[in-house]
Design a protein around this ligand. Structure first.
Ligand code: MRU
Length: 346
């Protein structure tokens, strides 16, 4: 996929993003000129996927720095920090969002003027975007070597170009394997309730002419038992020393893959690793009941019934065969600190 998921348009001075809620019916982009609109887009999953949230958060800080022009640097920084915190509050689980926001905000703390701060923030946000592409390519090259020359890969949710600046993490592995001449077919779990798998992964891969079929999430174990899956490759929203957080349903695939002796791989940049928290401390986002209760205007459950709608789950690292990062592959058990300090995996 050539397009970038979220980027800065220098002519209009705004953030452009692909509106992912409109896919696959319609491909359209949004020109975003306010922090409020960006926060809404993140909350509504118009922009989603951990690395893309990091890039979006970084551009959000650049936008905030451009919009505030208080000549007093202390109050200017306070206003930008408020916007940064507001953006950060939109989705709690993917660590990349706060990572992108904080890295950009830190870069402007010593700026001499709001103009200088706005320029610096934009430069850093664009660096983060470019690094994301480079990291995805490296993750892809590393992961591709682990896939057999001919294989069927199951993936969950969308860890593709749409979830990053471009290329993708899990789908980056698949793209790199195809580029290297491997014959890879993909089984894309639909990923209830918001269908990132059937709407986004299937859309992306079919545009690239990579064979893809969609299944209901509950079909995965049966296909594994029938020998129709050779490997599972998924992305991640946060990786602690003891668990991988990713879209709800990932844990179920990991358990089933273990039972059927199928390798379970995670593809993620090091910006997804969190050295500060353990599995039990990570906030798992819970989303609106209506995501389950309705399909358009059609009611899918009685009004009187409540729903449990966690957006993510956590997979213990013991169930993970290997994690592909831009620094190489690591196998659990691992130390997040050592990975971040580039001591392992290369
Ligand atoms: O709720 P979403 O669509 O933002 O969830 C996205 C995922 O779970 C992805 O698998 C994850 O962010 C990795 S993206 C490379």
């Amino acid at each position: 996929m050539e397009e970038k998921t979220v980027y800065w348009d220098h002519d209009s001075g705004s953030i452009i993003f692909i509106e992912q809620t409109a896919l696959p019916a319609e491909y359209r982009t949004v020109s975003c000129k306010s922090v409020e609109r960006l926060a809404e887009a993140i909350r509504r999953l118009e922009v989603r996927g951990a690395p893309a949230l990091g890039v979006a958060g970084a551009f959000g800080v650049a936008l905030a720095a451009k919009l505030h022009d208080d000549s007093n640097m202390d109050s200017f920084l306070r206003l930008v920090r408020e916007d940064a915190d507001y953006l950060n509050s939109t989705r709690p689980t993917a660590v990349n969002l706060s990572w992108g926001i904080n890295r950009t905000y830190e870069s402007i703390k010593n700026a001499a003027s709001p103009e200088e701060a706005a320029e610096t923030a934009l430069r850093v946000a664009e660096e983060i975007a470019a690094e994301d592409e480079m990291m995805c390519r490296k993750i892809g090259e590393t992961g591709a070597k682990f896939l057999p020359d001919e294989c069927t890969v199951l993936t969950h949710c969308n860890a593709g170009a749409l979830a990053c600046y471009t290329w993708g993490t899990a789908l980056g592995v698949i793209r790199s394997a195809v580029e290297a001449g491997k014959n890879v077919s993909v089984i894309s779990c639909e990923t209830r309730p918001l269908n990132q798998g059937s709407r986004l992964t299937a859309w992306e891969l079919s545009r690239d002419n990579i064979p893809v079929k969609t299944i209901t999430d509950s079909s995965a174990a049966f296909l594994m038992k029938r020998g129709e899956i050779d490997a599972v490759v998924v992305g991640a929203d946060r990786i602690t020393h003891d668990a991988v957080f990713n879209k709800i349903g990932t844990y179920m695939h990991a358990v089933c893959a273990k039972h059927h002796e199928i390798p379970f791989y995670v593809a993620a940049p090091t910006s997804t690793f969190d050295a500060t928290l353990s599995e039990k401390d990570v906030v798992v986002e819970q989303r609106d009941r209506n995501e389950l209760a309705k399909c358009g205007d059609r009611l899918l459950m009685p009004d009187s019934v409540d729903a449990i709608n966690y957006a993510f789950d956590s997979t213990p690292v013991e169930l993970v065969t290997a994690i592909f990062t831009e620094k190489g592959a690591v196998r659990p058990p691992f130390s997040v600190d050592e990975i971040l300090q580039r001591k392992v995996g290369i």
